[in-house]
Design a protein around this ligand. Structure first.
Ligand code: SF4
Length: 306
């Protein structure tokens, strides 16, 4: 019977009793869940990573202008900026993350890790790690398994959906996944993974979900960028030996508590926060009119065909 951990404590206890790396029980769980052989799971992980890499490449090379216009080639702007306030490494991270998320907002192919709204973070983190540290593919895939294990626990104890727990549940979870993956890939141990996850969630706690016009574009794309940066800073703190002080399971429970107490306006309803600003409302109106016009045109075309 494969194990789906209810907590990081359970995961820790399992590792204490079994001479396994942290990613191994997650691999076992995946094998059982999908009724596949181990080689097939590795192949699936590799396939997912290729899709992530493709999304980053697409976002950095093709036109990324969304239907609403709210997404407009942000990744390429970051990469090509004449003024850089960040190091080249951080600029790369920001550009890669935003690139993958822009592909999602422009209806391209992505990996929802854990959701489409947060789909820029894992690609941004992993591709940047690969470029900067020349990480071999197998190690990156192990990091993806660690990330999956992290998401499974957060999903059980709190939520990974913006409609349930706010944006902390989506971009916060993705950032926690990324932070844990970074720690593993860079040679950290399980305790450091726990600290990185806890620090990340502390930094994302309370973030509301307020997509303008109900589209997963703004503030989503920019939040993906910031969340990747938090993943890296949290992983760095953990790898340096710093502690979140509060145990990771308690931090996740706090996230669940905050999510449960969040008003409906801040749970993907586009009724509050940034989505309720005058400018956002004007954009929403414009999107509605444009959508209606397109629907009319589409109906006209179909009528002619008939
Ligand atoms: S604001 Fe809402 S829709 Fe956008 S990424 Fe966050 S949780 Fe997802």
């Amino acid at each position: 019977m494969a194990i789906l951990f209810d907590s990081f404590t359970e995961w820790r206890n399992y590792l204490a009793q079994n001479a396994e790396a942290p990613w191994q029980p997650v691999l076992g769980y995946e094998i059982q869940q999908h009724r596949r052989k181990e080689a097939e799971i590795w192949a699936k992980l590799d396939q997912a990573y290729v899709v992530m890499k493709d999304a980053v490449h697409t976002g950095l090379t093709e036109d990324m202008t969304s239907f609403s216009g709210m997404v407009n080639n942000g990744a390429k702007k970051v990469r090509d900026s004449k003024i850089h306030v960040l190091s080249p490494e951080f600029t790369l991270l920001l550009a890669n993350t935003i690139a993958a998320k822009e592909v999602n907002s422009c209806m391209g192919r992505i990996v929802a890790a854990p959701t489409a709204g947060a789909s820029g973070i894992m690609p941004g983190v992993l591709t940047t790690l690969e470029t900067l540290h020349h990480i071999e593919r197998r190690r990156l895939l192990e990091g993806m398994l660690i990330a999956a294990g992290i998401a499974l626990i957060i999903e059980k104890r709190a939520s990974i959906a913006g409609a349930v727990g706010g944006c902390q549940a989506e971009t916060g979870t993705a950032a926690a996944m990324g932070a844990g993956a970074i720690v593993h890939v860079m040679g950290g141990n399980f305790e450091q993974i726990c600290e990185a996850v806890a620090i990340t969630i502390m930094n994302m706690l309370g973030l509301i979900c307020d997509p303008v016009a109900g589209l997963v574009e703004l503030p989503c794309v920019k939040r993906n960028g910031s969340a990747s940066v938090i993943a890296f800073s949290s992983a760095q703190l953990a790898l340096a030996g710093d502690s979140a002080v509060i145990p990771v399971d308690e931090v996740i429970d706090a996230m669940g508590e905050v999510g449960a107490s969040m008003a409906t306006e801040y749970k993907e309803t586009a009724l509050g926060g940034i989505a309720n600003t005058p400018t956002a409302r004007a954009i929403e109106q414009k999107v509605l009119v444009n959508s209606a016009e397109m629907a009319d045109e589409g109906f006209g075309d179909d009528s002619e065909d008939l």
